[in-house]
Write a protein that binds this ligand. Sequence first.
Ligand SMILES: [Zn+2]
Length: 429
Amino acid sequence: MIDIDRLLHEVGARRDSLVELTRELVAIPTLNPPGGNYLDICQLLRKRFERSGFEVELHRASGSPGDSDRFPRWNIVARRDGAHPGPCVHFNGHTDVVAVGRDWTRDPFAGEIIDGRIYGRGTCDMKGGLAAAIVAAETFVQLVPDFRGAVEISATADEETGGYGGVAWLAENGWFNSERVQHVIIPEPLNKDRICLGHRGVWWAEIETRGRIAHGSMPFLGDCAVRHMGAVLHAFETDLFPALAKKSTAMPVVPVGARQSTLNINAIHGGEPEQEVDFDGLPAPCVPDRCRMVIDRRFLFEESLTEVKTEISDILGRLRRERPGFDYALRDVFEVLPVMADEDAPVVTTVSDAIHRVLGRKPEFVVSPGTYDQKHIDRIGRMKNCIAYGPGILDLAHQPDEWIGIDDMVDSARIMSVSLAALLSNGRE
Ligand SMILES: [Zn+2]
């Protein structure tokens, strides 16, 4: 049998290596958009994986959204086969980070260590989690070379902008399917004692109201598209928002405010384009003939996408019947169905037992309000045995002075290595 105590001790002994790897990853500014330096980060990882005896492949998601010769979408997949046939456990981490933003008091790419924390953009979301998975896998394959099955780690592009140049591309090209991969763990920052089973669904759409342009001094000669949009907003306030607040879910979404259906108005614009910053003249007086609004509807396992869309088209249809001159167009922008692994899926019970073993308590099962790359593994790869589990405090993601706790990374790496031992032990060591 695998000596679990020794495995836990060995992961702890690699604490410095884990910190160093995290800092090296953070030092490469893989800001997305535009999605820069993906090749650099893949090359860094390639060297690391090759030293640890993994087979490595780099793949560019040519032709994916955002891919160009200036900003190519590079991904890396590393694999180490065991001594016997068995399942493949795959860890997937995204390499891109969001914009730095304002209000930092630390260098966002220096990986400063202060009081047991590493600071920097992407430490928490999710270079620290990726580093923890790598150290967990390295330790496991070195201590248990006789394991069965395979360990794979992918580091992928573009999660922050939908994952089309990363996990979606790998899934479309056969990397994620239940023939070759059986268990997937995505080390997103969900806190070291929580297992994220999935996420709510998304529908983004653009609503355009139409009017007729005229001189602003004689608005009665035109038809104001912004006023028509006002009627849409009024109907949202009186009918839609109260109805959404009544829809609740059995999904354990955190924060609990997201356990109902939600709608955000991402943007609204009507009339002349907003003026360039260097133009200081007056606007021209015109009745707006177009107004556009982008809505961001997040929906629940209990709702269908058809129902979600019908709520909106019903409101627009009613306005067309009842409001003189009302005309509109409705355009889909983006849609993702909700996904959720079963609580008794093998990867869930395995990681749950490992959390119990390492931290001495049972994990909390949660669901994310927003989506992440699990959507592509579920929908394109048709794999349900997938979770997000990793170190880092979710609320710190995308914030100024983002950090990750070093102890949390070590604990999470221990939990991942114990999970590997449980899934890939051949029972004879
Ligand atoms: Zn992330």
